[in-house]
Design a protein around this ligand. Structure first.
Ligand SMILES: [Zn+2]
Length: 225
């Protein structure tokens, strides 16, 4: 039987050694459904489990897609902080939910140590931690990480920035939706209204429709009062 996983050799930019990490074959990434905050559920293997690469030699961890993007100063900071504390755990094989959660927590720890981590990178790690806790059925931890993500997304918006691969209207919608999920109905309505009146609203009818639907949800549940 063909495994949905394949191995990728990585070179760690912090300690310089190589290790292997698992990735899910794209043909095995079959989308089943999506939540209104873009959490995706897959039919077979969950690729979210494998998005963080962890060097088994030193413990440096980050999202696979930007694992190499660490400047020498930050690499030095991470190395000094984790040296001597790392237990050599190997995340290279098949991962359980707990392995996946631990991999994201390591990535968040390394990201917070670094000076040059963009708010969007921190937010995407926190979103994935929240989604994993949702899949696990732990609403308390899910909300804790959604709140961290919301903080980062608002900081980006205030600075006139957007996360990588996200346009501004989608960011505005997501801030509204995270506010709604965190029980801040009044704030959510303000952000959803911003989506509807946004200059990109004509180009993004799906996002506008989602904002209208979530806006109605807040109104109907009386959450804004
Ligand atoms: Zn390393």
């Amino acid at each position: 039987m063909n495994s949905p996983l394949y191995q990728v050799e990585m070179k760690c930019p912090v300690c310089g050694t190589t290790f292997s990490t698992s990735r899910v074959r794209s043909k095995n990434c079959i989308v089943e459904s999506r939540d209104t905050d873009f959490c995706v559920y897959y039919k077979e293997c969950n690729p979210i489990y494998y998005e963080v690469a962890v060097c088994r030699h030193c413990g440096y961890a980050d999202m696979y897609s930007r694992f190499d993007e660490i400047d020498p100063e930050d690499a030095g900071i991470v190395r000094a902080e984790i040296e001597g504390k790392w237990n050599g755990r190997d995340f290279g094989g098949e991962r359980t939910m707990e392995d996946a959660l631990d991999s994201y927590k390591l990535a968040l720890f390394c990201a917070q140590l670094r000076k040059g981590t963009p708010a969007g990178a921190l937010a995407s790690i926190c979103m994935r931690l929240a989604w994993l806790y949702r899949m696990k059925g732990d609403a308390k931890e899910e909300k804790r990480f959604l709140a961290h993500a919301l903080e980062q997304y608002m900081e980006l918006y205030d600075r006139g920035r957007t996360p990588e691969k996200m346009d501004e209207i989608t960011l505005v919608y997501l801030i509204g939706e995270l506010s709604r999920r965190l029980g801040k109905g009044k704030d959510a309505v303000v952000w959803f209204n911003r989506v509807v009146s946004h200059e990109m609203s004509k180009q993004k009818p799906l996002i506008v429709r989602m904002a209208r639907e979530q806006w109605s949800l807040v109104r109907n549940t009386g959450q804004e009062v």
